[in-house]
Structures are given as structure tokens and as C-alpha cells.
Design a protein around this ligand. Structure first.
Ligand code: GLU
Length: 277
């Protein structure tokens, strides 16, 4: 059982990666999973929580739509895929949320949105108003315009920055691995699962369990960076396996389903400084 009571959480960010919401064999959207995800999020709303979804998938879905076999390497194609895929993905989310009479809004941001004080304040106000209105914001990086200098690059960091911006008290990363291991469990049978991380500094060098796919960009390194940002800004963070969408409600029933990184609010750290250049 977690030390921190997830039933009491008021504002929750859930991050889902491309590999969780698309079929590995074809690259097309996994509609069953997406539907389950939406249901879980609506149920968190029904418990009175503010809920925000950070969803990847723009590039992967766009790539499928135009029939590309591999992840595009050049920027122009990637941006074109993101443009096509984001619009399509959002239309599917809107449809699924509307079945539960739940409104969803789209928020696309770049690193610049967060580093420029005026845009950051604007973004924060927009999120606050969406929460006031009972809307679930669906966030992604604005990949269509984000070039290297202004991109987060991975949605793990992005979701943690959003958690810091809106002062969320929980961040859930749906991943393709159960949580943090002491080593890569695919290559080391002695790798041990880590259920709770009280101090992020203790696990800073445990990023070798990098599970990576050619769909998303985040690995364990990105997740540990996200954990630093989230916990220092006062949110408990959990890495859980997105193969089982039901893990979301298990976490909020305090049935431990992943690795918990315990919140450790640090007013002396500017979380934006923890992002990679
Ligand atoms: N923003 C990218 C997308 O939606 C994915 C980034 C990531 O996988 O972390 O395709």
C-alpha cells in the first residue's frame, strides 16, 4: 500500500505514450485501449478530481495515415505527420469523451510556452479555466512547429512540467514497463523491481532499464527526469504499465501498481532548469 493516499488526490495528470495507444503490428490506433483510457479518466472526474491527459501519438498516427513504414527522420515529414495525426487523434478523443458527456479541450505547447513568462502565465490561466469548467485538457507538444531548439522532445518531461505548472498532486506515466528496475529486466534476470522511491537522488543512475520503442521517444532516463520535476514540484508520481489501463483506477484505490516516486517539494529548485537543453 502506498504511503501517500491517492484517494485524496485533487488534481491528476495522466501521460500516455504512443506505444500504449497504437497497435504494434500496424501502427494504427488501438481503439479498445483508447476507449478504456477515456473511461478511466471520466471516472476520475466522476470522483471530483481535476483531470488532464498528456497524450503522445501525433507522429505515430499521422505516419500510419500516410502509410510510412518507419518513424520519419527528417523534420519536415515528422511535422507533417504530427499535423495529420494530432487532428485525427483529437477527433477520436472528442468522440470517445462525448459518449460520457465529458468535454475535452486541446492544449498544444512547446518549450517556449513554458520558458516565456507571459506564455506560461497564459497557459496556466487556460488550464485553470478548463478545470473550472470541468473540461479534461488533452495536451501534446506542438510537434508541427517545434524544432529542436524549442522542443521538450519527450512527453514524459512535458507531462511533469504541466504537473508543475498546474500544481497537480499526482502524475501517472503509463509506460511499456511495470516501473523502475535496478537494471534492465530484459537482459538481467537479477534485476529487481523498485516499488517506492523516497528520494530521487538515490536512483539517478538506474536509467539502464531503458525500454524504448520506435514509436515514442521517452525511455527510463526521460522518466527519471520527469520524476525529478514532478516530485520537486510537489506531486507524487507513478510509473505503471500501460498494457493494463485498469492500473489507473488501482493506483487511485491505493493498490500499488507500479513504482511510486514520493513528492518532495523543493522551493529552491526551478523545475524548468531540470530540462535538458
Ligand atoms: N509528441 C510526440 C507525438 O505526439 C511524442 C513524443 C513522445 O513520444 O514522448 O507523437
Amino acid at each position: 500500500m502506498y504511503g501517500h493516499d491517492f484517494k485524496e488526490k485533487k488534481r491528476v495528470i495522466v501521460k500516455v505514450g504512443s506505444s500504449t495507444i497504437t497497435h504494434e503490428e500496424t501502427g494504427n490506433i488501438d481503439y479498445t485501449k483508447l476507449e478504456r483510457l477515456v473511461r478511466q479518466l471520466v471516472d476520475l472526474r466522476a470522483q471530483g478530481k481535476d483531470v488532464c491527459l498528456v497524450s503522445s501519438g501525433a507522429v505515430a498516427v499521422g505516419r500510419y495515415a500516410i502509410g510510412l513504414k518507419e518513424r520519419p527522420q527528417d523534420l519536415a515529414t515528422k511535422q507533417a505527420c504530427a499535423s495529420i495525426g494530432q487532428a485525427y487523434l483529437m477527433s477520436v478523443y472528442q468522440k470517445l469523451f462525448s459518449e460520457y458527456n465529458q468535454k475535452a479541450g486541446q492544449v498544444l505547447i512547446t518549450k517556449k510556452t513554458m520558458t516565456d513568462p507571459e506564455s506560461r502565465a497564459n497557459a496556466r490561466n487556460t488550464f485553470e479555466q478548463l478545470f473550472n469548467l470541468g473540461v479534461i485538457p488533452v495536451v501534446n507538444e506542438n510537434d508541427t512547429v517545434a524544432t529542436h531548439e524549442i522542443q521538450f522532445g519527450d512527453n514524459d518531461s512535458l507531462s511533469a512540467i504541466v504537473a508543475a505548472l498546474v500544481k497537480a498532486d499526482a502524475l501517472i506515466l503509463l509506460s511499456d514497463i511495470d516501473g523502475l528496475y535496478t537494471d534492465d529486466p530484459n537482459s538481467n534476470p537479477n534485476a529487481e523491481f523498485v516499488a517506492v522511491v523516497d528520494n530521487i537522488d538515490d536512483v539517478a543512475n538506474m536509467a539502464s532499464s531503458d525500454s524504448s520503442s520506435d514509436l515514442g521517444t521517452g525511455g527510463m532516463t526521460a522518466k527519471l527526469r520527469a520524476a525529478q520535476i514532478a516530485t520537486f514540484s510537489g506531486a507524487d508520481m507513478v510509473i505503471t504499465n500501460g498494457a493494463h489501463i485498469g492500473n489507473i483506477h488501482r493506483i487511485f484505490e491505493n493498490k500499488d501498481k507500479g513504482t511510486l516516486f514520493v513528492a518532495n517539494k523543493r522551493d529552491d529548485v526551478r523545475v524548468l532548469d531540470l530540462l535538458e537543453d
